[in-house]
Design a binder for this molecule. Sequence first.
Ligand code: ATP
Ligand code: MG
Length: 564
Amino acid sequence: MTESTENTASKSFIHEIVEEDNQTGKFEKRVHTRFPPEPNGYLHIGHAKSICLNFGLAQDFGGKTNLRFDDTNPLTEDPEYVDSIKEDVRWLGFEWEGNERYASDYFDQLYEYATDMIKQGKAYVDDLSQEEMRKYRGTLTEPGKDSPHRNRSVEENLDLFERMKNGEFDEGSRVLRVKIDMAAPNMNLRDPVMYRIIKAAHHRTGDKWNIYPTYDWAHGQSDSIEGITHSICTLEFENNRPLYEWYLHNLEIFHSQQIEFARLNLTHTIMSKRKLLKLVEEGVVDGWDDPRMPTLSGLRRRGVTPEAIRNFCDVIGVAKTNSVIDYALFEHTIREDLDARSPRAMAVLKPLKLVIDNFPNDQVEEFEVDYYRHDKERSLTRKVPFSREVYIEQSDFMEEPPPKYFRLSPGREVRLMNACLVTCTDVVKNENGDVVEVHATYDPDSLGGQAPDGRRVKGTLHWVSAAHAVDAEVRLYNHLFDRENPDDTEEGEDFLSAINSNSLEIISDAKVEPALLNDRPDERFQFVRSGYFYVDRENSEDEKLVFNRVVSLRDSWAKQQKRQ
Ligand code: ATP
Ligand code: MG
């Protein structure tokens, strides 16, 4: 383990806050968190950080966690997203308290709260256009101006608000605003909007409503209604906290404690759902669960385990300042997880035929090889057939090898892993002069892979018997974005300009050992020298397997750490 992975920050500053609240009895020692996604897209690795934090905190303190959909905007939300979010949270290994909740469950209550605010003289219907409202709002350095409609009577406001609800007015013609202070230094307190007119059907409330609460009006009250003790959100909401507290205070309802933490950012990755949706809609990727997507469904399809994601969230910890995590650290965590659990097997990604001329034509040797030879605690063997013709990697042969090349070349002896020693005798070339077949002889006394006289053989090659090989398609993935920060764009460009055109390489004629076809001990393998792979069952056929490479073997994170 490298230094940084030992530093598991399971005790975050948020733990300390909760501990203190328990000591002072602030919430009668209750710990009730929630994970509040808006169902307008699939969950991504950033959400996983929030999920692990919210559910983890409740687990650590014997508390509860709600899953609440913040479904206040009918224009972007969809039941497909609701279903995927539930599936992903469960896949990550968490179960929420009772049924899932919805902000839309509280629309009636929120409407009542709003009416209450009007009656208190603390909310008013405004007729300014969006553009005018923006002008009246002022700037960070200049106070805003009161709207001419700010002093409407309670009766008029109640009447107009009810008629907004009943659909009497056009979209954009009126809003309900809270009356706080148009000169407040915190712009969020300059009479923000509570309700806007949206004449669209909602996925749960249908046509009942012509007005919808803003996120800011709905969020804190939803927390309050559910009795959430610690309402954890990302740093952008720090300046909204005074507004949320203002609402709770003036409504005189239960007061949750908001705590902000730094969102997860990863190099070569975007996390905005709006942008991820664009990738899907423009066909840049093959759906939300494309294995190149940072979505949980994409990572799942690629072969990443929920344990790896939870470990990653542990390793990065929870902080109060924004930072960008190196994608290599994420891969490092995935590799550590897969290294421990994955059986080893042989696959040749780019095959070159090797003919062993002195091996009898019809003879088949079977070697008993342990899938878990890396793991003393486990053992499971399979038979690996060996015959006169085998496939080796094209990169494992060079006709004119440079110095320090220890693999196969004319006259050179190497070991075929677990099988025998072979010496290259000849090559066959096509009309372009490319080597298309290599010939060799084997040492019959070396069967099993050991040199009979203990002579040193430097190179060891993996291989697959040609007659027994199973065809495989192998999909290798690279970063979806070339640039470390895809949003770091030149003028006139958007994040799509950072797309890596080589993010997917498909190898359609790979060869894997036959044991993987039917009696697979696992769905994930380490293929010697090429990485960790996951069987894509959906796309595999009876006679042909499809593998996704989850991650290569090259650990650039560990290397980086060593250099430092
Ligand atoms: P987007 O801007 O992509 O729509 P969002 O924050 O609006 O993201 P929500 O569905 O509202 O997405 O997020 C649900 C919860 O997940 C929120 O509490 C939010 O703070 C948290 N979350 C979202 N993105 C991240 C991230 N990158 N790191 C940590 N937490 C995140
Ligand atoms: Mg949001």
